[in-house]
Design a protein around this ligand. Structure first.
Ligand SMILES: NC(=O)C1=CN([C@@H]2O[C@H](COP(=O)(O)OP(=O)(O)OC[C@H]3O[C@@H](n4cnc5c(N)ncnc54)[C@H](OP(=O)(O)O)[C@@H]3O)[C@@H](O)[C@H]2O)[C@@H](O)CC1
Ligand SMILES: Nc1ncnc2c1ncn2[C@@H]1O[C@H](COP(=O)(O)OP(=O)(O)O)[C@@H](O)[C@H]1O
Ligand SMILES: [K+]
Length: 502
């Protein structure tokens, strides 16, 4: 797992690296800048005009070192340092003086020094990084406004300048660079993983700068970024003599009149994820649909034609998933309450099941311990009874909720976050905007339920389920495009996603 740290932890690891590796901070800056420049070069055209905007701190120092490296590779650069008071950090000053021996470096001290930024340029943004401690004002704000208004591609060093590493609730949205790509050092930064960064960081690339592994190992955190190597370790190998009983029984309670598609998608995804036996509990109107669309599944018909209203006895044999397409009818509400009374093992709770719970405090109290709930942000805000001001606040609330009710929360989104009862957070690294289409969530519910049935621990079921789901989405997008892909395609790629983990 890649650890995610706060600013003071990053500074500490920085200092510890310098000591343990017997280097100076300027050596580390050079290493970091070289690593970014190497990545950056792939996106640059030698004929294009490149404007570098540096600040006066170490982020500026990085940008100036990157400018020097790019000059040595014959890129055409115009370099500006925004320095209203001309106070430079030591390492920034060293890089400024090095660069001034090679090219003209202009200072921007006030608004009138800001250059016109032509169209079709590339901007390299090294104004502020992790040292930002207040929203931008004055000439800094003016520079960011001009850069954003130029609509050129901006590549940011470490952070989009003006964006805080963690909480941006108090920030000025106008004072943050809108970057095409952010090359961030060594660790993903929390704010770049939250939906708040959507306008400011289209893509985050983590650049390894060789910080001391021992220091990183010793520094504790509750925030993690899931990598392929983490997911690869999770699938339970299949024994030669295993049989369908080995891989568990899943029961999916899904569908209502007009929403049987959700049940079909979750059923297919559950089967493709490897469950031994799948039973679908659906309203009577859905029986033929299920039997035709998913012949591998057994079907239990509810007594009601259009909604699910009750589940039978003998449900302890199953891993249960409930929610896709069930609607919020009163009968279905009774079912949920009854289910929570009868069944005390971890289950997967999604979609309308969450909307039902949202309106009833007593149901929240009854959620079985260690269950996995899978809300998207709107469902989560409904559960909380109010909208969060940003993704950071939502994450804090999710930690409190998971802890209070002893459950796992999969907060879905671009980097879905898995939040544990101990308030640890695991961010997923797979998936793409092609998955932002009705039915993708139903697929996820089927997948995690399948893994629970196969005796994965709830945390592992959530991590592997979310990772595989995103990976299947990435494979589907590769073949069908983000626009053209469907949740059904994702299901077809679950097998290949498993293969890719080998
Ligand atoms: N391990 C790593 O990751 C490595 C990191 N490295 C690089 O170091 C960068 C962090 O550098 P940094 O600490 O010098 O801070 P940076 O962001 O340049 O800001 C400079 C100063 O600006 C000030 N300031 C703050 N807000 C302000 C505002 N709104 N308006 C005006 N001024 C404001 C504030 O000073 P203050 O005014 O508070 O005294 C602050 O100290 C990091 O992002 C990465 O690029 C690499 O070089 C090596 C390895
Ligand atoms: N931009 C994105 N990048 C990665 N994954 C995404 C993106 N948008 C949506 N997803 C994933 O797609 C799924 C959508 O789920 P949900 O909103 O519940 O859809 P539905 O209710 O229509 O089935 C979630 O797992 C989410 O993480
Ligand atoms: K920056």
């Amino acid at each position: 797992m890649v650890k995610i740290f706060n600013v003071s932890q990053i500074k500490k690891i920085d200092g510890c690296t310098v000591i343990n590796q017997g280097i100076t901070s300027i050596d580390l800056m050079e290493r970091a800048s070289l690593a970014v420049a190497e990545k950056l070069i792939r996106f640059l055209d030698p004929d294009q005009c490149i404007l570098v905007f540096a600040g006066t701190g170490n982020n500026g120092g990085d940008a100036l070192a990157i400018a020097r490296i790019l000059l040595s590779r014959h890129f055409k650069l115009y370099v500006y340092i925004v320095a209203p008071d001309e106070l430079f950090s030591d390492d920034c000053l060293v890089n400024k003086e090095c660069l001034e021996r090679l090219t003209d470096v202009k200072l921007i001290k006030e608004n009138q020094d800001i250059p016109h930024i032509p169209e079709d340029c590339i901007v390299i943004d090294g104004l502020f990084g992790s040292g930002l401690n207040r929203p931008l004002e004055g000439v800094y704000l003016d520079v960011v406004t001009v850069i954003n208004a130029s609509h050129n591609k901006v590549y940011s060093v470490d952070m989009p300048s003006g964006m805080f590493v963690e909480d941006n609730a108090s920030n000025n949205p106008e004072g943050i660079i809108k970057a095409e790509k952010v090359f961030t050092f060594q660790f993903p930064k929390l704010s770049l993983l939250l939906p708040d960064s959507a306008n400011y960081c289209k893509k985050m690339t983590v650049v390894n700068i060789g910080l001391c592994e021992k220091c990183i190992k010793e520094e504790e955190t509750d925030l993690f970024f899931i990598e392929k190597s983490d997911a690869t370790q999770l699938p339970i190998p299949r024994d030669n003599f295993s049989h369908k009983g080995t891989f568990g029984k899943a029961l999916l309670i899904a569908g209502s009149y007009g929403k049987m598609g959700a049940a079909v998608l979750s059923a297919r995804a559950c089967l493709r994820t490897g469950v031994g036996l799948l039973t679908m509990h659906v309203p009577r109107c859905g029986v033929d649909i299920l039997q035709t669309a998913v012949p591998e599944a057994m079907v239990q018909a509810d007594e009601f034609p259009e909604n699910v209203s009750s589940v039978g006895d003998n449900i302890d044999q199953f891993a249960i998933g409930i929610g896709p397409g069930i609607g919020t009818d009163d009968k279905t509400k009774d079912l949920l309450s009854d289910l929570f009374d009868k069944y005390r093992k971890p289950m997967v709770i999604d979609a309308d099941a969450l909307n039902i719970i949202a309106g009833d405090e007593s149901l929240k109290e009854k959620i079985p311990s260690k269950s996995i709930i899978t809300p998207h942000p709107v469902e989560f805000d409904r559960l909380m009874g109010g909208v969060s001001i940003n993704g950071y606040e939502r994450l804090q609330k999710a930690g409190e909720f998971a802890n209070r009710y002893d459950i796992y929360i999969v907060l879905k989104g671009a980097y879905s976050a898995i939040i544990t009862p101990e308030r640890k957070v695991y961010f997923n690294s797979t998936g793409n905007p092609g998955m932002a289409t009705g039915g993708s969530g139903d697929v996820l519910t089927g997948m995690i339920t399948s893994l629970l049935a196969q005796k994965y621990l709830p945390l592992n079921a959530a991590i592997l389920g979310v990772y595989l789901h995103g990976l299947a989405g990435d494979l589907a997008a590769k073949s069908k495009s983000q626009q053209g892909m469907l949740p059904s395609d994702m299901i077809e790629y679950i097998g290949k996603a498993y293969r890719a983990l080998k």
